[in-house]
Design a protein around this ligand. Structure first.
Ligand code: ADP
Ligand code: MG
Length: 331
């Protein structure tokens, strides 16, 4: 005897298959400003974790991605400051791995506590994640992302000759090394992430956009590269590979705005991909901050009709999942 669609039993069966949300956490989810001590970041992460656990309470399965800008920035400076024969500085890919471990640890501490307080038994774990990038990505010819300490002009020139690194003037404060920001192709730890999610685990992955690696031709080896991957684009790639239902980008503003920062600024509510693409062409979204979020939403939602994406604040996370807050992107 088959179940009648819409019968109580059928409905229970349907609700068991919970939706999968990939949540991308912005910098303000971990530290509200730069140069903050560990305790302050831990405090902020606790507030963030409560918001994430509310999503779990709503019955969603959750995979978390997060940024690492300020954290990897200070790790790079520490490596540089302590560089010696005894403690040689680690390259940028290794610093990225360190930042994933550090932020993942903070999130695990806070999530486990918040889950237990609410009587939820879910486990959580961080997967150190590598993101494959394409060696032919044009970003490798045009490095744009400043990292590490500031140098005077002459010092920067000498370092450039010595190391082959590229240095650029950074907003009048001196010269800084710039590295490429290639587009993510795939998250290599996908199978591990999926396995943990299937076991009911809350997973933290693709932190800081993932550690950029290149697959070496004709071998099985992947090689870390000194580059930085945008975390919103990486979260969208992960969401696409997992075939998630929702991509939720949580940041410091209540959505994507038109005429941002001007008197007539208006936040977008429900918006379709063609509408959003028009606003992108009109230059409404700043590159490096809101533009990658908008591109991430467009790329993810375009993959399959049933998908949705939203950009909202952490406080509005659950309401945004219900389509009531933030910028809601539909096909
Ligand atoms: P995150 O760490 O969450 O990725 P970002 O600073 O990279 O945060 O991006 C969010 C910022 O984007 C906002 O704080 C805002 O200053 C900026 N921004 C630029 N253009 C827009 C826009 N059109 N609408 C909303 N925010 C915008
Ligand atoms: Mg950002």
């Amino acid at each position: 005897m088959g179940l009648r669609p819409g019968s109580a039993v059928e409905q229970t069966k349907v609700s068991v298959v919970s939706e999968l949300v990939v949540v991308a956490l912005g910098g303000n989810a971990i530290a509200e400003r730069e140069r903050v001590r560990a305790e302050q970041q831990v405090e902020r992460v606790r507030q963030t974790a409560d918001a994430i656990v509310e999503i779990v309470e709503e019955g969603y399965r959750v995979c978390l991605a997060h940024g690492n800008g300020p954290q990897v920035g200070s790790i790079v400076l520490q490596q540089h400051a302590a560089d010696s024969g005894k403690t040689p500085a680690m390259p940028l890919d290794v610093c990225g791995a360190m930042s994933q471990g550090m932020i993942g640890y903070w999130l695990q501490q806070a999530l486990q506590e918040s889950l237990e307080v609410r009587g939820l038994g879910a486990a959580c774990a961080t997967v150190i994640s590598r993101t494959r990038v394409d060696p032919g990505d044009p970003a490798f010819q045009h490095p744009t992302k400043p990292i590490g300490p500031f140098y005077g002009a002459e010092e920067a020139q000498a370092l450039a000759r010595e190391s082959g690194h590229i240095f650029r003037e950074d907003s009048g404060r001196g010269y800084r090394r710039v590295v490429p920001s290639p587009r993510p192709v795939e998250i290599l730890e996908l199978a591990a992430v999926r396995h943990l999610l299937d076991q009911g685990c809350l997973v933290i992955a693709a932190g800081g956009g993932g550690i950029p690696v290149l697959r070496q031709p004709d071998t099985r080896r992947c090689q870390g590269v000194e580059a930085v991957i945008d975390k919103d684009l990486a979260a969208a790639t992960l969401a696409d590979q997992l075939d998630a239902d929702v991509l939720l980008i949580l940041t410091s503003v209540p959505g994507a705005a038109l005429h941002f920062g001007r008197r007539d600024q208006t936040y977008l509510g429900q918006v379709t991909i063609p509408e959003l693409e028009g606003h992108v062409r009109d230059g409404e979204f700043a590159p490096g901050s809101m533009l990658p979020k908008v591109e991430a939403c467009i790329g993810f939602v375009r993959g399959r009709r049933q998908r949705r994406a939203a950009i909202a604040t952490i406080e509005d996370a659950v309401a945004a999942l219900h389509g009531q807050r933030g910028t809601q992107v539909r096909p």
